[in-house]
Design a protein around this ligand. Structure first.
Ligand code: PEP
Length: 256
């Protein structure tokens, strides 16, 4: 899996609104460093904001574990009560940030244009944004997956076209598969990942090695391997199972 030319694959753990100081202590007490270091995978943990510093301290000992955030505000500083900026995320050591997760689109009515601005803001701070895209069940049934994906990705392409961007990371997460136990078929995800790469390569001056497509949607320690072995699936975004140290240990110990 790690031949010289291949990109290092990555697991992104989205803890969502879960966790506690106790849980974090227990999680790291049970993650064996050696098992992580010998794995061919990188791991990004995106805890709730108040725990960023705690998780950041815990991961210092692991060279392949990085700090992530689940969202960012559009503003950099000022009177925006309750928000967190890219400057603050950078200050506390965040390396990756999820933008446009379907739960934010659904519960906070985030739109593609706003998400694209967040993507750009993060890139400017040197934080790698992970853009979540994906179709609903009715969009899938009516054969609209590709047009929905293009609609969600196009604003990012327009926004960063003339900027000095680092790389593009996209998490393809069919909305109907998130948290439901119904994951998409790995071969179908491979085709969609190929489609997304083709769409971006046709519309942006970027080299393939700077383009990363991840899959998310009910991935667990039993089914993850079928996804990660596909050539165009560069990593996985995992919600529920990423807070379980047993699942994470199983995943990392299987990929050498
Ligand atoms: C997610 O949070 O994006 C996700 C894919 O969750 P789950 O793995 O629980 O489906």
């Amino acid at each position: 899996m790690t031949n010289g030319k291949m990109k290092k694959k990555i697991i992104i753990g989205n803890w969502k609104l879960n966790g506690s100081l106790n849980m974090i202590e227990n999680f790291f007490k049970n993650l064996r460093i050696e098992m992580f270091q010998s794995s061919a995978l990188d791991f990004v943990i995106a805890p709730p904001f108040p725990y960023l510093m705690n998780v950041g301290r815990m991961i210092r000992r692991y060279h392949n574990v990085f700090l992530g955030a689940q969202n960012v505000d559009l503003h950099l500083i000022g009177a925006y009560t309750g928000e967190i900026s890219s400057l603050i995320l950078k200050d506390v050591g965040v390396k990756y940030t999820i933008v446009g997760h379907s739960e934010r689109r659904m519960y906070h009515l985030e739109k593609d244009a706003e998400i694209a601005k967040k993507f750009l803001l993060l890139q400017k701070e040197g934080i790698i944004p992970i853009l979540c895209v994906g179709e609903s069940l009715s969009e899938k049934r009516s054969g609209n997956t590709e047009s929905i994906l293009m609609k969600q990705i196009r604003p990012i392409i327009e926004m960063i076209r003339n900027t000095d961007f680092l790389k593009i990371m996209i998490a393809y997460e069919p909305v109907w598969s998130i948290g439901t136990g119904n994951s998409e078929d790995p071969s179908s995800v491979q085709k969609t990942a190929e489609f997304i790469k083709g769409y971006i390569l046709d519309n942006l001056d970027i080299r393939r090695e700077f383009l990363f497509i991840h899959y998310g949607g009910s991935v667990n320690s039993k089914n993850f391997q079928e996804f990660i072995e596909k050539p165009d699936i560069d990593g996985l975004l995992i919600g529920k199972c990423s807070i379980e140290y047993r699942s994470i240990s199983e995943i990392f110990s299987k990929i050498k």
